[in-house]
Design a protein around this ligand. Structure first.
Ligand code: SF4
Length: 350
C-alpha cells in the first residue's frame, strides 16, 4: 500500500516552491503560512518572503513591523508574530539552530504537534505523522472512522507510524496531504483515480464522502462598524492596534461598533472621542462594504472627517498622520485596503 501511494506521489506531487528544499526554516515558514490558508494564496507570499529573508538568520535580524507588512493580506497575523517570537527564542536559547527534537521544537510559540511533525519529517525524515485536515480525512476513510475523536486520531497516528517504519516519512506525509487535496476531496472522493482504493474501508460503503462526519458550523455573528478618515491638511490619522488584540500589530483607522440605538455618525463621533480624544466634524461617506473574518463578519461604513479646531489627539495608543501615498509603508488589515480602494475610486471620479 505504501509503495502504491509513493509511486502515485512521484508522478502527481504538486509543484510548489517549498517542495524543492529540505531547509527546515523554509518548510516551517510554509507550514505556518498554510494554516487556514489555501496553497495558491500562500505561494506569492512565500516567494516574496524568501526573496527578502532567504535565511533563518535574516529573520532573526528583522523587525516585526517589516514582517507584518510582508504578511499583509494573508490574515491570522498571530502566526507571523509567533513565528518571529519563535525565531528569537531559537536565537537566544538554541544557539540559533532550529531544534531537531520534536519535544524542543513544539514548545516554541505557534508550533505544536502538527508543525513540528511536518517540518521534522520532511526536513530530516523523522517518523512523525503530521495530522492535518487532508490526512485525517483520507485516513478516516481508509479506516472507516466516522468521528474525528482523540481516540480515532490516535488510531490514525499509529496507523501512519506503521507505514513509516520502512522510511520515507516526509514523502508519506506529503503524499497523503496531496491525495487529500487532489483525489480524496471533502465533497467528492475520486476513488477511481486513487492509488489506495483497494485498501480503503469507506469506498465499499458507496458513500465515502460521509467519512468522517462533518460537524455543522455555528452561525458567526455580524457587526455594524464605522470608521473615520480624520484629515489634517493632506494627512490622515492611523492608529496601531495593540498586540494582544485581534489583528494586533496592524494599523487602522479610528472607529468601532455601532451600539444599539445609535446612528452611524453618532457612533463614529463617540468612538473617535473615546479612542483618540478628538472632536471631529463628520463629512461625506466614503462607502460601505462587508468583510468576513473567520469567527465573525463586519459591515463597515467609512466617512471622511476633520478634527475640530484646536482639537488634539490624546491617546496612549501609537499613532501617526500619514499621506495616502505612504500607505505601503504600513501594514493594514484587508478591510482597510477596501477603504483605500474606495478612496482612490472617489479621487479618480473627481
Ligand atoms: S478510495 Fe476513495 S475514499 Fe478511499 S482514500 Fe481513496 S479517494 Fe478516498
Amino acid at each position: 500500500m505504501v509503495q502504491s501511494l509513493l509511486r502515485w506521489y512521484k508522478i502527481n506531487k504538486r509543484d510548489i516552491p517549498w517542495r524543492q528544499t529540505k531547509d527546515p526554516y523554509k518548510i516551517w515558514l510554509s507550514e505556518v503560512m498554510l494554516q487556514q490558508t489555501q496553497v495558491e494564496t500562500v505561494i506569492p507570499y512565500y516567494k516574496q518572503w524568501i526573496k527578502k529573508y532567504p535565511t533563518f538568520t535574516d529573520v532573526m535580524q528583522a523587525k516585526e513591523s517589516d514582517l507584518l507588512k510582508l504578511w499583509e493580506g494573508l490574515g491570522y497575523y498571530n502566526r507571523c508574530r509567533n513565528f518571529h517570537k519563535a525565531v528569537n527564542n531559537i536565537a537566544n536559547d538554541h544557539d540559533g539552530k532550529i531544534p531537531d527534537l520534536m519535544g524542543d521544537f513544539k514548545k516554541l510559540p505557534g508550533v505544536g504537534d502538527y508543525i513540528s511533525s511536518a517540518v521534522l519529517s520532511i526536513s530530516s525524515g523523522q517518523n512523525l505523522p503530521a495530522l492535518d485536515g487532508n490526512i485525517i480525512r483520507v485516513l478516516s476513510r481508509v479506516l472507516r472512522k466516522k468521528k474525528v475523536s482523540p481516540h480515532n486520531r490516535k488510531i490514525i497516528h499509529n496507523h501512519i507510524l506503521k507505514w513509516m517504519k520502512y522510511g520515507h516519512a516526509g514523502d508519506i506525509n506529503e503524499a497523503l496531504m496531496d491525495l487529500g487535496s487532489i483525489v480524496c476531496r471533502p465533497n467528492q472522493a475520486h476513488c477511481h483515480e486513487c492509488p489506495i482504493t483497494e485498501f480503503c474501508g469507506a469506498v465499499a460503503t458507496g458513500n465515502p464522502e460521509t467519512y468522517p462526519k462533518i460537524l455543522t458550523k455555528k452561525k458567526t455573528p455580524e457587526y455594524d462598524v464605522v470608521t473615520g478618515i480624520i484629515w489634517k491638511n493632506d494627512k490622515f490619522l492611523i492608529m496601531l492596534r495593540e498586540n494582544k488584540k485581534h489583528l494586533g500589530g496592524l494599523w487602522e483607522f479610528p472607529g468601532g461598533k455601532i451600539k444599539n440605538g445609535e446612528n452611524k455618525t453618532k457612533a463614529l463621533e463617540r468612538e473617535i472621542r473615546e479612542e483618540c480624544g478628538l472632536n471631529v466634524d463628520i463629512e461625506n461617506q466614503i462607502g460601505s462594504f462587508k468583510h468576513v473574518y473567520s469567527h465573525f463578519s463586519i459591515n463597515m461604513t467609512s466617512f471622511h472627517c476633520t478634527a475640530k479646531n484646536g482639537s488634539l489627539v490624546t491617546t496612549q495608543q501609537k499613532h501617526q498622520w500619514i499621506k495616502l501615498s505612504q500607505i505601503d509603508n504600513f501594514a493594514f488589515p484587508k478591510a482597510n485596503h477596501k477603504i483605500f480602494s474606495l478612496m482612490n475610486e472617489m479621487r479618480r471620479n473627481g
